[in-house]
Design a protein. Structure first.
Length: 124
């Protein structure tokens, strides 16, 4: 037979130490769970903000794609605009030529001379 040399005071002390150790471990586990819950809540809020930012980015990219499409449509009209501008320049050059020839004709015609010819000269 094995004899026990433990006294009831030692057993009580060991039992109290085991209960305190178990209680401390339980409280540590509760704190750990609380901290995890807090961090999960913060992470959920960050993920929600990130999702909102991603939606805004998607909208911005849609607007950018629309703008690029509009620019492409405008660029396709540039050759037609260039042709119109060329025709307009030719028209202005022709008009300038007409005005220039008209000026030369007016100079050659000498309006003062024509007017003097139209006025009867005084008879002497």
């Amino acid at each position: 037979m094995v004899q026990r040399t433990e006294t009831p005071a030692t057993v009580r002390f060991l039992l109290l130490a085991a209960v305190l150790l178990a209680g401390s471990a339980f409280l540590l586990m509760v704190k750990l769970m609380h901290d995890m819950t807090t961090h999960m809540g913060a992470m959920t809020a960050h993920v929600a903000e990130m999702a909102q930012d991603m939606r805004a980015m998607r909208d911005d990219m849609g607007n950018l794609a629309r703008d690029v499409s509009d620019m492409a449509a405008q660029i396709r009209t540039l050759p037609a605009m260039a042709a119109d501008m060329g025709r307009m320049r030719q028209g202005i050059e022709q008009l300038s030529g007409i005005v220039g020839r008209g000026t030369k004709q007016m100079e050659q015609l000498n309006p003062m001379g024509v007017i003097q010819q139209m006025i009867p000269a005084p008879r002497r």
